[in-house]
Write a protein that binds this ligand. Sequence first.
Ligand SMILES: *[C@@H]1O[C@H](CO)[C@@H](O)[C@H](O)[C@H]1NC(C)=O
Ligand SMILES: *[C@@H]1O[C@H](CO)[C@@H](O)[C@H](O)[C@H]1NC(C)=O
Ligand SMILES: *[C@@H]1O[C@H](CO)[C@@H](O)[C@H](O)[C@H]1NC(C)=O
Ligand SMILES: *[C@@H]1O[C@H](CO)[C@@H](O)[C@H](O)[C@H]1NC(C)=O
Ligand SMILES: *[C@@H]1O[C@H](CO)[C@@H](O)[C@H](O)[C@H]1NC(C)=O
Ligand SMILES: *[C@@H]1O[C@H](CO)[C@@H](O)[C@H](O)[C@H]1NC(C)=O
Ligand SMILES: *[C@@H]1O[C@H](CO)[C@@H](O)[C@H](O)[C@H]1NC(C)=O
Ligand SMILES: *[C@@H]1O[C@H](CO)[C@@H](O)[C@H](O)[C@H]1NC(C)=O
Ligand SMILES: *[C@@H]1O[C@H](CO)[C@@H](O)[C@H](O)[C@H]1NC(C)=O
Ligand SMILES: *[C@@H]1O[C@H](CO)[C@@H](O)[C@H](O)[C@H]1NC(C)=O
Ligand SMILES: *[C@@H]1O[C@H](CO)[C@@H](O)[C@H](O)[C@H]1NC(C)=O
Length: 374
Amino acid sequence: MKYTIPIALAFVSATLSYAQNSASYAQGLLQALQSANLTMLASAAGNSSDLVAALQSGGNKTVLAPTNDAFAALGATPSEDLLHAIITYHVINSTVSVADVSAAGNNVSSTLLKDDDFVSLPNDRAQVVVLSKDAGNGTVLIKEASRNVTFNLTSDGPTYDNLLVQPINTVLSIPGNLSTVASSLGYSSFADAASGAQLIQTLSDAETGLTIFVPNNDAFQAAKSEMASADRSAVQNILRNHVINGTVAYSTLLTGPNAVASVVSASGNSLTFGAGSNGGLTVTSGNVTANIIRTDVLLSNGVIHVIDSVLATTTTNPEAAASAFHSATSAAAARPSAGISGSSAGSNGAVGGAVGSVALVAAAAVAGALALMS
Ligand SMILES: *[C@@H]1O[C@H](CO)[C@@H](O)[C@H](O)[C@H]1NC(C)=O
Ligand SMILES: *[C@@H]1O[C@H](CO)[C@@H](O)[C@H](O)[C@H]1NC(C)=O
Ligand SMILES: *[C@@H]1O[C@H](CO)[C@@H](O)[C@H](O)[C@H]1NC(C)=O
Ligand SMILES: *[C@@H]1O[C@H](CO)[C@@H](O)[C@H](O)[C@H]1NC(C)=O
Ligand SMILES: *[C@@H]1O[C@H](CO)[C@@H](O)[C@H](O)[C@H]1NC(C)=O
Ligand SMILES: *[C@@H]1O[C@H](CO)[C@@H](O)[C@H](O)[C@H]1NC(C)=O
Ligand SMILES: *[C@@H]1O[C@H](CO)[C@@H](O)[C@H](O)[C@H]1NC(C)=O
Ligand SMILES: *[C@@H]1O[C@H](CO)[C@@H](O)[C@H](O)[C@H]1NC(C)=O
Ligand SMILES: *[C@@H]1O[C@H](CO)[C@@H](O)[C@H](O)[C@H]1NC(C)=O
Ligand SMILES: *[C@@H]1O[C@H](CO)[C@@H](O)[C@H](O)[C@H]1NC(C)=O
Ligand SMILES: *[C@@H]1O[C@H](CO)[C@@H](O)[C@H](O)[C@H]1NC(C)=O
């Protein structure tokens, strides 16, 4: 009993000093945003004490700050929940200065958006943004499915405390589900085939993360007769062969010294990565090698890479597929900062076979590489 009062007092004083810190931080942040003419962001963020707290805690961050013109172009003010999600998607959880971004590839950086109404990634990870640079004029680009959003400046914006503010010319869109994203890419054939095979809901609802190699419409056109002669379960097998189940493999995991060479698809076949003749990447399944013609198109629950051939393998190995899924999700769950999602079921050894062990090694490698991110 006698400890109760001191503890309560300590708590009150900690809360007060936090509130004061946080009020002066909010004040300073607002002034910094206002003096950079980012008054609409100042008003939107400054009104939310938990947004200010999220900005203040957890180290250095980059605020992708839509200009007033960009906010004005949104038209109607979004609902409070949506606005909150949008703003957290505009905060990168590290310092990204213009000089750090290269024209040679994509930089995939984690934001603060974790709200599960908008994001389902393995291990409760936050949604990412994909950054690159225009080789011609040095402008940093944020790559979305159907457009590039550009940094307003070619040098770094203002800083405040732990924040680097980079003005951008458009309000970012939070990545959507497979049907929405495939149609905004203009690649409707994959989504249509997945709907026809009753796989679209499975892919859209997957909560443990996916990588999907989406063939473009020309690729489907070229595979038309093969697809037409396949029954529903064969089409499902073909489509599952384009999916890595339980793993979100951004391009940064498929290139560089620690690149993953091979994974097991959701149909249980192995997908092998290689270097293409045009400097890009290829993915091979059986006797088909496709070029990856576009990388890192974001989904609410994973990532799409666009390819130029259908990986039309109809064979399936459900045990290898299940094994790959379990090792991916249990490896994700075993990360040091293990979060909420990720199945730790069946740590796999029992499901034997050469493909199974490839799955295990590849999934563990991907999970290990992912643990280095964020
Ligand atoms: C802010 O806007 C004012 C008035 O339009 C202008 O004079 C000033 O240069 C702008 N400041 C910055 C940092 O863009
Ligand atoms: C924030 O609060 C101010 C003052 O109460 C108000 O004028 C402004 O419209 C609010 N902004 C948003 C985005 O709700
Ligand atoms: C945050 O950024 C400041 C200024 O650039 C730097 O001095 C500091 O080391 C950074 N902190 C962390 C934890 O990276
Ligand atoms: C992206 O840029 C940040 C900031 O420079 C850097 O820390 C990170 O390693 C980069 N990530 C990749 C995948 O290039
Ligand atoms: C941001 O990064 C810090 C460490 O750098 C981490 O503790 C925190 O969980 C991250 N925030 C989010 C929303 O992922
Ligand atoms: C740089 O090029 C991009 C196209 O990639 C364009 O949208 C942008 O306006 C250009 N920026 C400048 C400062 O010229
Ligand atoms: C975005 O920028 C990249 C690199 O400059 C370019 O290849 C691509 O076509 C652009 N995308 C759109 C939709 O403009
Ligand atoms: C964005 O760029 C435009 C045109 O270059 C400029 O007028 C405006 O002041 C810039 N806004 C910010 C917030 O930097
Ligand atoms: C995809 O998202 C859109 C827009 O939120 C929604 O209308 C649609 O039902 C979703 N599709 C699936 C298959 O979940
Ligand atoms: C991913 O694996 C889980 C568990 O085995 C399964 O329920 C789900 O249908 C699989 N997803 C796909 C696209 O095959
Ligand atoms: C590729 O393999 C499939 C069987 O998996 C076969 O039907 C097809 O003819 C082969 N194509 C070529 C070009 O060898």
